[in-house]
Design a protein around this ligand. Structure first.
Ligand code: 5GP
Ligand code: ZN
Length: 114
């Protein structure tokens, strides 16, 4: 999508600090980290949010979770623990409308989230 920030990262038009990449997903460090480890995982295909996911994209959706597992190992937060979050639309606090999974770790997370 032309005017999407995360699509520009996928194309390389806007630089980002890549942690992991394969043919279908990209993981990079959040520019404004809310935890010692704060990584975003996105599909390379533009999908706005969980609301826009199609049944035909279930493998891709699942791959985001398996990428979280991989990144937790790479970042050494698998054992200590981490949080994964998908924000959706206004009440969810979504600000970038290309579906992304936050992975946060390296400190104790609070519950419930704000
Ligand atoms: P949301 O609020 O949509 O769930 O999350 C969007 C995330 O993207 C935020 O945590 C924000 O810090 C991050 N973000 C926004 N602009 C950029 C950018 O230019 N580069 C990177 N690496 N992260 C960004
Ligand atoms: Zn996009």
């Amino acid at each position: 999508m032309n005017d999407c920030l995360f699509c520009k990262m996928i194309s390389g038009e806007i630089p980002c600090d890549i942690v992991y990449e394969n043919k279908s997903v990209l993981a990079f460090r959040d520019i404004d980290p809310k935890a010692p480890t704060h990584i975003l995982v996105i599909p390379k295909k533009h999908i706005q949010s969980i609301n826009a996911l199609k049944a035909s994209e279930q493998n891709l959706a699942g791959e985001l979770l398996l990428t979280a597992q991989k990144i937790a190992q790479i970042e050494d937060i698998a054992v200590s623990g981490f949080r994964t979050i998908f924000n959706t639309n206004t009440h969810g606090g979504q600000t970038v409308f290309h579906i992304h999974m936050h992975i946060m770790g390296g400190r104790q997370m609070n519950w419930p989230p704000g």
